[in-house]
Design a protein around this ligand. Structure first.
Ligand SMILES: [Zn+2]
Length: 137
């Protein structure tokens, strides 16, 4: 069943724009500091380690480990009702940063904490592509 209610969209601002530009091109990226090399996510106006403003969004492998996950059975937003049940995951990227996303293409019985995961991209429209994760192999 299609719903007329739009899903909430990420806030794309001057800090996060690079992440979403890469995602549209199907690349996962993390903010990287040119001064000290710190890689972090989500983005911030200054490097959380050395406070430099000299940062850019650098593509990463898109691979990581599943640190935690949860299955949503309840629609806290009406537009997600048709997706129920869906999985939300916490991924630790091989490059270090963690991010929250959806885990797709897997039944809960097959999931193990620490499992290897990789990014997949879901195009919402011309402006927005969402990085999601699936089990590797
Ligand atoms: Zn830094």
């Amino acid at each position: 069943m299609q719903t007329d209610i739009a899903k909430p969209r990420p806030k794309i601002d001057n800090v996060s724009r690079g992440f979403w530009d890469h995602a549209r091109a199907e690349r996962l990226s993390v903010q990287t500091c040119a001064a000290c090399g710190e890689k972090h996510f989500p983005g911030s106006p200054v490097c959380p380690k050395c406070l430099s403003e000299d940062q850019s969004w650098v593509p990463v492998s898109g691979r990581g480990k599943l640190l935690s996950w949860v299955r949503f059975h309840r629609a806290y937003w009406d537009s997600f009702r048709e997706d129920l049940p869906y999985l939300v995951c916490l991924v630790g990227l091989d490059e270090g940063p963690m991010l929250v996303s959806n885990l797709v293409g897997v039944e809960p019985e097959a999931i193990a904490i620490g499992a290897e995961v990789e990014v997949v991209f879901e195009k919402v429209d011309e402006e927005l592509t969402l990085p999601k994760f699936r089990l590797r192999g």
